[in-house]
Design a protein around this ligand. Structure first.
Ligand SMILES: NC(=O)c1ccc[n+]([C@@H]2O[C@H](COP(=O)([O-])OP(=O)(O)OC[C@H]3O[C@@H](n4cnc5c(N)ncnc54)[C@H](OP(=O)(O)O)[C@@H]3O)[C@@H](O)[C@H]2O)c1
Length: 281
């Protein structure tokens, strides 16, 4: 199985793409999949799972939309069964901190008999540049549900480095790494750092959660996503995840990336450049 590819579920995702790029540059064969690949992989269509897994030796698994959604545990249970039957030798699951549903999904893998790793993460830095907060930063005003909760945002490059370490070095086998950044910040502080480094005003506008969700509904955002954001901004953001963890250092022997370094590299990438980024809205 040494030459069999490593399956990456979430080809275009914030961590999946980074894991794929790292593995390829290290010379590993990969099979990155999502709904838009051939073979395709869709979490909502179990008929697509077996052909994606077949012939791979290990897998990096990112679930959509989020392990916090009520159906995630059952879906992961079915997926792990298909993977075990296909002879998968190792599975690395991307998970979220402080989410009961995510922890139940982790337990499914841990007790499956398949050698495993769990990469359990805080909110990603890249939510500010590759996800739902990008548009607000480009527009100069980020509107979010009001919260002062501190979150030790973790960098997707660190997550990918840890995932690649677990996929390529058996010494990590059967370990859970809890990854955060080195500093806990609230949204106002994050936006202040982004705005200062960009040298242009970006305003943080906190609004009541219900107003935020109602605005999403009016924009036609799915019920599923509305539920998820409510869950994330209430349960996951109640302060339970504010503590800084050392998972990046434990796995890699180097400190986690600071939010300031993330801001600098994102400015360098052009993602927040309002004249060149087509997402400017
Ligand atoms: N973002 C965070 O801060 C954070 C924090 C902790 C944990 N997590 C976990 O990380 C995982 C990834 O979340 P993310 O928001 O960061 O997304 P992401 O990894 O950026 O993934 C987005 C990609 O998922 C693919 N996708 C969407 N629906 C799919 C489906 N039904 N089946 C297969 N692929 C699908 C899409 O590609 P196609 O259109 O090509 O299918 C899309 O490009 C989630 O399980 C979440 O719980 C995220």
């Amino acid at each position: 199985m040494q030459d069999s590819p490593i399956l990456i579920i979430g080809k275009n995702g914030k961590t999946g793409a980074r894991v794929d790029q790292r593995l390829q540059s290290l010379g590993y064969a990969t099979r990155p999949v999502s709904r838009s690949t051939a073979p395709s992989f869709d979490w909502e269509d179990p008929a697509t799972w077996e052909s994606a897994i077949k012939g791979t030796r290990s897998a990096y698994v990112t679930y959509q939309p989020d392990l916090a959604v009520p159906r995630a545990e059952a879906t992961i249970k079915s997926f792990v069964r298909v993977a075990a039957e296909a002879g998968l030798e190792h599975m690395v699951l991307l998970s979220g901190r402080g989410e009961e549903g995510a922890q139940r999904a982790e337990d499914v893998l841990i007790s499956s008999g398949i050698p495993w790793n769990i990469v359990r993460c805080s909110w990603f830095n890249q939510n500010f540049s590759e996800n739902f907060m990008l548009e607000g930063i480009l527009a100069g005003e980020l509107v979010l549900p009001a919260t002062d909760t501190l979150e030790p945002f973790v960098d997707a490059d660190d997550i990918a480095d840890v995932a690649v370490a677990t996929l390529t070095d058996p010494r990590h086998r059967n370990k859970l790494y809890e990854l955060t950044g080195p500093r806990a910040l609230n949204f106002a502080q994050c936006i202040e750092e982004v705005s200062e480094a960009l040298g242009r005003p970006v305003k943080y506008t906190p609004v009541p959660l219900n107003d935020y969700i109602n605005a999403l509904r009016e924009q036609g955002v799915s019920e599923d996503y509305q539920w998820l954001l409510r869950e994330l901004f209430t349960v996951v953001f109640d302060g339970r995840n504010s503590n800084v963890m050392t998972g990046v250092e434990e796995a890699l022997g180097r400190p986690a990336t600071d939010f300031k370094a993330y801001v600098q590299k994102t400015i360098g990438s052009g993602a927040w450049n309002t004249t060149t980024n087509p997402n400017v809205g």
